[in-house]
Design a protein around this ligand. Structure first.
Ligand code: ATR
Length: 285
């Protein structure tokens, strides 16, 4: 992608089904405005049946888009339909960011980078631990496992209510990933320096279990990829018990950075103004 992206009228999308809850238009709209770029970024609801045609129109350029984000339930099919998925998406089997380059549809998955950039900003040194505990084994857990592994944390314990799902992930992501049932949580937390919640436990309208974080290393950090509410019950408990915490909003903001840069040619920054904008929007709903 060359200088042409500096010109006016570049259009990007976020597509999902449903898509109206997506905060991506707010994030990218903020960056387009603050960087004074003329492009657009809009939410486009596409049903699963219509998704292949949507991608075909992207590829043949009749849609007018240069790329976009893909969210639930289209991440797996987006990966399959892309011409050039990168290694990160290939291992995950899912892509959330698409862009046209040299006439081909490229795809990556930026969730893991969003996760690590957020921790890098808010708790530098988080990766200087030999051991991490990741609660949950759903779609969101995969990108986190991959990212934590790729940063060199060499023992990762995946704890999940349904042990089979945790085992699938330990098989997929390598020998240093271990699967455990919920009952093993206390035991595998012993000495770990990073605890990540990737489950919906503690989201609004969900009951959160009580967790004793004391087996963690003294300087451990506890983070949640859920960001509604910003301070989830699990984070509140960890803080009360004296641990450092990092909320999940930054992951949402940072995962948007690589896509924006691909489509619009400028690297945007995640700053306090952007965070405040999204928090104000959360307060409205
Ligand atoms: P996502 O793509 O957002 O990760 P998901 O694939 O539905 O969503 O995964 C949700 C995760 O939260 C799973 O790890 C799920 O555990 P199961 O694999 O056993 O279903 C976990 N989860 C959701 N509700 C839970 C609950 N009440 N207790 C324990 N784990 C729960």
């Amino acid at each position: 992608m060359g200088d042409s992206r500096e010109t006016h009228g570049l259009n990007a999308f976020v597509t999902g089904y449903p898509v109206k809850h997506s905060r991506s238009p707010l994030i990218h709209g903020h960056w387009l405005r603050t960087l004074d770029l003329a492009g657009s970024y809009r939410a486009v609801e596409v049903t699963p049946d219509a998704f292949p045609a949507f991608i075909a129109a992207l590829k043949d350029r009749s849609s007018g888009y240069i790329g976009g984000n893909v969210t639930i339930p289209h991440k797996e099919i987006a990966f399959k339909l892309a011409d050039r998925p990168d290694e990160l998406s290939a291992e995950l089997g899912a892509s959330n960011t698409l862009w046209l380059e040299d006439g081909l549809l490229h795809a990556t998955n930026t969730d893991g980078r969003g996760f690590t950039s957020n921790l890098d900003e808010r708790h530098p040194g988080w990766d200087q631990t030999g051991q991490a505990v990741i609660l949950g084994a759903g779609g969101a857990s995969r990108a986190v496992i991959q990212a934590v592994r790729d940063r060199g944390v060499n023992e990762i314990h995946v704890v999940n209510r349904t042990i089979e799902r945790a085992r699938e992930l330990s098989d997929r992501f390598g020998v240093h990933i271990h699967a455990h049932p919920m009952a093993a949580l206390g035991e595998v937390m012993q000495g770990a320096g990073l605890f990540v919640n990737t489950t919906s436990l503690g989201m609004e309208n969900e009951v959160a279990p009580t967790i004793d974080f004391s087996p963690l290393a003294e300087n451990a950090v506890v983070t949640d990829i859920v960001y509604v509410p910003l301070k989830t019950p699990l984070l509140a408990q960890a803080k009360e018990q004296g641990f450092a915490i990092v909320d999940g909003l930054g992951m949402l903001l940072y995962q948007a950075v690589p896509g924006f840069e691909k489509w619009f040619g400028k690297r945007p920054v995640v700053d306090a103004a952007l965070r405040a904008l999204i928090i104000a929007d959360m307060d409205k709903h």
